[in-house]
Design a protein around this ligand. Structure first.
Ligand code: NAD
Length: 300
């Protein structure tokens, strides 16, 4: 299949590489030249613009940082036309970025007005999952589009869910990441309390894993350095899922709650914790570095 891939960052680059590995004809574009060159070196065709990358594509996939980038790409701005106006050959559009449901619906409606099928398909599983081809895709859009996208998504992911209409993928993804933010900060809090009271963090972790406090953050992403081999915490919180991205996702959850008059007291608390942690200079560290907030003044 001929696929255009736009946005070759931490996630997009390995996802595009997996499509190449499965034998697809992939044409890539990113604003960063080095990112394009790296994929070209792995067998991709390169394009000098998003529109050029899409010219003969049957499927267009985008993996961009945030809603403003996705709106800018597809809808354009005063300065530049949007990609939707260049897709008269009707490729299927899959946006895998994490953005607000409203932004997804805005682009989805503009696509539908041009007879195009747009799916929001945010992912879970991080950079490790992107490299291994084991991402979870959470898709919003019509059933026919979902069916057409599934074989392509299966190359990059292990679990492919259809959450509902356009925007539903983003709602489900935002709920998941709000829960993850709460679980990670709660896990860090419990570990810090135990250590402050004389416990070994590895022993406490094992106890809680086998008890009712066990959860994904504790079981597979332990935030205390040295407890879990290969974890971000054990490599100075380098790589992984950035604090800034978690803060962004918790902000999306907060906006969604505000708009729909839902109460998210735990999510709000987590948003504030990650925003504070980012403001203190940890935005580019893995999000499990939230542990450091609880360790301030440890020696006192
Ligand atoms: P990133 O910042 O590493 O990559 C984004 C890429 O998009 C960059 O290479 C940038 O140059 C490119 N880009 C931006 N605007 C562009 C445009 N108009 N045209 C072409 N390229 C453009 O981000 P990432 O970590 O790959 O994350 C991408 C999305 O996936 C985000 O929405 C993020 O929330 C989500 N996500 C990330 C992770 C993770 O662990 N990193 C996990 C799950 C979901």
């Amino acid at each position: 299949m001929t696929i255009a891939f736009i946005g070759l960052g931490n996630m997009g680059a390995p996802m595009a590489a997996n499509l190449l590995g499965a034998g697809h004809d992939v044409c890539v574009f990113d604003l960063v030249e080095d990112a394009v060159a790296a994929l070209e070196g792995q067998g991709a065709r390169r394009a000098d613009s998003a529109a050029a990358a899409c010219r003969d594509a049957e499927v267009v996939i985008s993996m961009l940082p945030a809603g403003a980038h996705v709106r800018g790409l597809y809808l354009g701005s005063d300065q530049s036309p949007g990609l939707l106006d260049d897709l008269a050959h009707q490729p299927l559009i899959i946006d895998a970025s994490t953005i607000s449901p409203d932004d997804a619906r805005l682009v989805g409606e503009a696509a539908a007005a041009r007879g195009l099928t747009y799916l929001d398909a945010p992912v879970s599983g991080g950079i490790g999952g992107a490299k291994a081809g084991t991402l979870t895709f959470i898709v919003g859009g019509d059933a026919a589009g979902f069916e057409k996208a599934t074989p392509v998504l299966e190359v990059m992911g292990k679990n492919i869910f259809h959450a509902g209409e356009v925007g539903a993928g983003q709602v489900a993804k935002i709920c998941n990441n709000m829960l993850l933010g709460i679980l990670m900060s709660g896990t860090a809090e419990a570990l810090a309390l135990g250590v402050r009271n004389g416990l070994d963090p590895a022993v406490l972790s094992e106890i809680m894993k086998q008890s009712s406090g066990g959860n994904w953050a504790l079981n597979v992403y332990n935030p205390w350095p040295g407890v879990m081999e290969g974890s971000a915490a054990s490599r100075d919180y380098q790589g992984g899922f950035l604090t800034d991205l978690m803060a962004k996702d918790l902000g999306l959850a907060w906006e969604l709650a505000l708009k729909t008059r839902a109460s998210v007291p735990m999510g709000s608390q987590a948003r504030n914790l990650f925003a504070l942690h980012s403001a203190q200079g940890s935005g580019r560290l893995d999000f499990s570095s939230i542990q450091a907030l609880y360790r301030a003044g440890e020696e006192s």
